[in-house]
Design a protein around this ligand. Structure first.
Ligand SMILES: Cc1cc2nc3c(=O)[nH]c(=O)nc-3n(C[C@H](O)[C@H](O)[C@H](O)COP(=O)(O)OP(=O)(O)OC[C@H]3O[C@@H](n4cnc5c(N)ncnc54)[C@H](O)[C@@H]3O)c2cc1C
Length: 338
């Protein structure tokens, strides 16, 4: 029995019946097929999961394949096909060092390439869906390979067809289309523009943008760092709520409101948490609200999954009582309900 806490950025999680480490696409498919119809849990970097202290009664497949293929064209840029187990930020750094632009605002996000499309990772004004052209998967239902076009992935804010049908599609590799260049896309995120010393909508060198993003992330405990316990988290524990204009109109004037194309409004989970009376550093057992960012629930050293669940419930109840809005977890819960 291996304890799963070794595989997660929260450093919690009980034992798994068996863990298979797979480092090629063929090994991933063989491991899934060997499991038959019994439960499996796919783990990449373990940076977006909260696994129960009881562990997982089934096979854990730890994805570590990092095959890479590149087709470069002077006009359209680069088409890169990357194995699901490649480290996301190593991939971003490589694209920048080879003279490609696009992924710079997504620098420093923990985890693997294969998990990136699952919740359509995003940061500082951009989402990975802007750069994905194909996702190659193994479909556990039909027991066959299925490749999705970007449109078929049904990407939304922190969501996709893969997240909506948990466990069905195992991502084997992801294809990206990015342009050649040394200048970023327009910077749309005010905090990042300020850090770069430019106006929102202006561009900056890709290398400077990556550096600024890494510094902003480190200051918020949003870069994995064994010495910074604020980063012993799963990133944002809750998603930003999407609410109707009616609900939005009842929030205080100072609450952030980002209008969406479908008429609804996105607001800030961090703002709601902070203004509901939850403080940075507030704790329950070994679980602690990050001392830098209220949206991250962390392991201060000896937390159990139960501690984190209790703290998450406290945070959610506080926002519910103050604003009548129910926060939804962004983190994937394994053997746990909030
Ligand atoms: C400090 C910190 C900062 C973060 N900042 C951000 C951020 O800015 N933006 C953001 O979007 N996220 C952020 N996150 C969350 C996390 O980095 C992303 O969700 C990331 O994509 C998770 O990758 P992973 O490989 O660690 O996934 P895991 O945690 O291993 O898995 C996450 C989920 O995806 C499934 N999964 C993983 N790999 C596959 C696969 N190959 N096929 C099918 N299913 C799979 C798992 O079963 C699980 O349900 C942050 C996390 C931390 C700890």
């Amino acid at each position: 029995m291996t304890d799963l806490h070794k595989y997660t950025s929260l450093r919690v999680g009980g034992p798994a019946k068996s863990i298979v480490n797979v480092s090629t696409e063929a090994e991933i498919v063989a491991a899934i097929e060997a499991a038959g119809d019994s439960p499996i849990l796919i783990i990449g970097g373990g940076s977006n999961v909260l696994i129960s202290d009881k562990g997982f009664e089934g096979t854990v497949i730890h994805i570590a394949n990092n095959e890479a293929e590149a087709e470069v064209d002077a006009c359209s840029g680069a088409t890169l096909t990357i194995g699901a187990g490649e480290n996301w930020d190593d991939f971003v750094a490589t694209t920048i060092s080879r003279g490609y632009a696009g992924l710079e605002t997504l620098s420093g996000i923990p985890g693997t390439v294969g998990a990136a499309p699952i919740q359509n990772i995003g940061a500082y004004g951009h989402e990975v869906s802007e750069f994905i052209t194909r996702v190659r998967t193994y479909d556990r239902q039909t027991k066959a390979i299925k490749t999705f076009t970007s449109a078929e992935c049904e990407f939304e804010y922190r969501n996709s067809i893969f997240k909506r049908t948990p466990g069905r599609y195992i991502v084997l590799s992801v294809q990206f289309q990015i342009r050649t260049g040394e200048i970023s896309t327009p910077i749309t995120y005010a905090e990042l523009a300020k850090k770069l010393g430019i106006e929102v909508g202006e561009k900056a060198p890709v290398i400077d943008t990556r550096k600024a993003v890494m510094e902003l992330r480190a200051a918020k405990g949003m870069l994995l760092n064994p010495d910074d316990k604020d980063s012993w988290s799963a990133g944002s524990f809750f998603t930003n709520p999407i609410i109707t204009t009616d609900v939005a109109s009842q929030l205080p004037e100072s609450a952030p409101r980002w209008p969406l194309a479908d008429g609804r409004v996105k607001t800030s989970a961090a703002w709601l948490i902070e203004h509901s009376g939850i403080d940075k550093g507030q704790s329950h057992g070994g679980a602690r609200v990050s001392t830098k960012h209220v949206l991250a629930l962390t392991n201060s050293g000896n937390a159990t999954a139960d501690d984190l669940v209790a703290l998450a419930r406290e945070v959610r109840a506080s926002v519910q009582a103050k604003f009548g809005i129910t926060l939804e977890p962004e983190v994937n819960l394994v053997g746990i309900t909030l």
